[in-house]
Ligand binder design. Sequence first.
Ligand code: ADP
Ligand code: ZN
Length: 726
Amino acid sequence: MYADILVEYTNKAIDKTFTYIVPDDLKESIKIGMKVKVPFSNKIINGIVLKLKKIYDGDYELKSIKELVNTDITLNKELLSLGKYLSEKTLCSKIVAYQTMLPSALKVKNQKHNYNKYDIYISLNKDDNIIDEYINNNPRSKAQIDILNKLKNNKILKSELSSSALKKLLDLDLIKEDYVQKYRINYEQKDDTKNIVLNKEQLSVIKEVELNDNKTYLLHGVTASGKTEVYINLIKKVLKTGKSAILLLPEISLTTQIINRFYNVFQNNVAIFHSALSDGEKYDEYLKIIRKEVNIVIGTRSAIFTSLENIGIIIIDEEHSESYHQDSNPRYNAIDMAKFRCAYNKCPLLLGSATPTLETMVRAKKGVYHLLELKNRVNNQELPNIEIVDMKDEYKNGKTILSSKLENKIKDRLEKKEQVILLLNRRGYSTVVSCKSCGYTYKCPHCDITLTFHKSNNSMRCHYCGYTKIIDKECPECKMQALSYLGLGTEKLENYINNIFPDARIIRMDVDTTSKKGSHEKIINDFKDHKYDILLGTQMISKGLDFPLVTLVGVINADASLNIPDFRSGERTFELLSQVSGRAGRDKVPGEVIIESFNVDNIYLKCVQDNSYEEFYNYEMNTRRKLKYPPYYYLVNIVISGKNLDETFKEANNVFRYLRKNLANETNVFNPTPASILKINNIFRYQILIKYRYDGYLINTLKKLDEMYANNKSIDFIVDFNPSRF
Ligand code: ADP
Ligand code: ZN
């Protein structure tokens, strides 16, 4: 038998299969989609079996496969074709595509480690009469007799028994060990199970989704309209037909609450995947799927690649989230991957959001997607009342962080024992530290940006490359004690609020407070249990969270996201502020929102204030049409990067000329410009933007360029289709 193997070699030029001999002892167990080890130019490397065949008619002298990496874990037929699609769609190599789909426990560095965890149970290995005879003949072996008696009609965990006596009994074959796989994650029943009766809107939405048809639906439902409940009930219906379901969520901070709700309904029928899991945990969750012990997978972006079979629905919650687009190789969008899988399984895809992207909404309006709406909050609670406070006036009165209005309302909620969420989308203490005497500012030596001050360990940090520098009181340049700390981050806000409300219990949630495993869950659960009065943080706290006691949301420095130079900054601001506003008043008491801004007349803020997606949509579509941006045009961003600035710039121009020459005349190719941050981690980056509606030459031209740069060691050529950031 022979096998065609795709080898794991980073060089793109050899992204093809090689034939190997399957040795006799592997013939029984080898399968297509399995990971194997093979000899390749004097080394042993990994590969994936793409084809098994009886005949080889080439004339090379073939080598043999060394071993199978893991016989439990294989890419099934669907995933093999999804991988092909992924590589075509993003121009990544096939091997990168397949690596993306396999659990990280199979990475080269991890292969030696055995991730299986077991509980060892001890039980009797002989009939009772033999055991009794042994007991009678050895009256002085107290410990042994004790164990044997305990084991009659019982299995006992090995760790609970005395080990010297055990060893003796094992040697005598009187008892035996049973290895039972132990999963690291097990569902826990949370006590807050609610008995929910679906309302009319929810019921009619559920009825409209046709389960055995490959259609895409957009569920546009205002915040707290009960979308999650719709997901749960659709999945219940799907499971009844014997099929399985995938639910994608944008980020880990959100998974905790939803996973708890799913555990309550579906118990251990759920596997979960997100970046905060350890390799061992991911491995276990993967096994649950392979062994068909679960029918539901919940996870972040990469969970779209799970080997779940017989899929009956895929649901993507908060579909507008940019986290569904991966910003590193392979640059895929999970929604595209979901579409492929739904078509493959002939099942529906449901996209849910209170603030869908324009790209999604325009399709829904055109009838490409089926539009489903939840126009009201559950219990017919009103959407929160939103006020915009002009910080120009507040500054005149010396109020630079909290306006008097927001301060008073926080005070009011604290007195009423209700909860408050404060959003400030910048972490750290101060965002700019400079010397008032000589003008020195702290900048990252590796990147083109200023460092952020983190007070907790008195350091300046780069949020791009992680560079950290402990600082003194004096300026490193002129040695004067004249450093000023400008700009506001979550750490400083926490300090400030603490000073104003010394009795309030405050918890901060951002990248810095959630680096420890389990910290997301802890913060969210503690806040839900009212161990804290105020939750403050970055965009992490804006989406999906459901805290019934939150009646006030404050947004500090709403302008931060408006000022980002990206054509989507308006859309992002609208989303972010609408989403965070949606955290207020989700239960009985109506909610209120205060937004602090220097641009009170800004159109996006007004749309948020009016709770009007429609108003935002109409305005933004008009702008996009005028400026030829998505959804009217497609974008591709080409990034050319390298260590040497001049060379990178020169190559960017070469690429530019090549594109101009080879793409359709109607396609716009823009001159190379420095990326929004020119240098990150000592790598310079130029970008070329391509705008087009239809271009039959595009894919082949980009493929050619990609091949041309595949062997170039000093320049990286990156293609990002429908990029989410610039
Ligand atoms: P969304 O996902 O649209 O923001 P959720 O599904 O989180 O909304 O629902 C908001 C809250 O309302 C949750 O606490 C949920 O348990 C509750 N809820 C959902 N549907 C109903 C219903 N039909 N009756 C009562 N409460 C409901
Ligand atoms: Zn840096």
